[in-house]
Design a protein around this ligand. Sequence first.
Ligand code: ZN
Ligand code: ZN
Length: 127
Amino acid sequence: MQKGRRRIDITGMTFAKWEVLRYLPDRKPGSFYDCQCLCGAVREINGIKLRQGMNPPCECDPSKNLVGNQYGLLTVIAKDERENGQQFWLCRCRCGTETVVSRDNLESGNSQSCNRYKHKKKYAKSA
Ligand SMILES: [Zn+2]
Ligand SMILES: [Zn+2]
């Protein structure tokens, strides 16, 4: 074994959203892996960078993923499947009601609670 040159096999490991599928032996300088993002996209990524904590960008750019974000009383819990020229997100209001809101409405602050009037009023007052 050559000192300091040993390749650490990270196949099967997961770094942030990337799961390492397989080593690519024909890539220079020899540390590239096929990695699959949580969104399903597969990319060649430098394993050294992964181990250093780099989080490579993907089509599902984290800034476009609203899951976990909070908007007023709403917490985004999943992407809604609906396709209508804009993104829709499934959100849970603090009262437990689930509601689907467009990304525009979330980011513009138009939607900050479920559609219960008393909520809106309450939130407007406390905000
Ligand atoms: Zn992705
Ligand atoms: Zn509510």
